[in-house]
Design a protein around this ligand. Sequence first.
Ligand code: ACO
Length: 149
Amino acid sequence: MTIPSGYSIRKVQPHDYQSYTDTLKELTTVGKLRNEDFEKVCTYWASLPEIYHPMVIVNGGNSVVATGMLLVEQKIIHQCGHVGHIEDIAVAGTEQGKKLGMTMISELTRIAKAAGCYKVILDCSPHNVQFYEKCGYKESGVEMVKRFD
Ligand code: ACO
């Protein structure tokens, strides 16, 4: 899938703090986060590049308008196979409906395939099922959770 005109896709960078956290608020609570906290996490992700693939779509002004993370898990099963996990997909409110979400999923899926994953999985709300189906994913299993709030 080609990225819509006027946008580009790249890895997150420490200077993305404001627009990255603003975009993530479309998904959930971000909490009180200082610029230095964000930079620390970016540095941590960058130190494990085979595992963490934190991608962003930016507009012409280099502001983040979409976020997405692929984690590549090394397993023992399936002959020491790899599984991709997609997390934290968010598109800025004013930018939704422009195929940026689908572009992000397409890119994370491409990275997972290139990394040798035998599958990619994600959890989502029922109201997003159709979006992921349009991205080529299908329902499988049930999500379970235990919270430590
Ligand atoms: N339900 C049904 N269809 C949808 C939905 C939805 N919730 N969202 C998008 N679509 C459809 C679009 O109409 C479009 O259809 P078309 O190809 O027939 O025209 C197609 O899916 C692609 O849509 P995009 O334009 O790529 O969607 P967008 O850029 O708006 O991103 C997203 C969708 C990521 C769900 C966005 O609305 C968003 O950020 N929502 C809030 C945060 C969120 O819920 N994120 C997902 C969390 S799950 C996770 O992180 C693993």
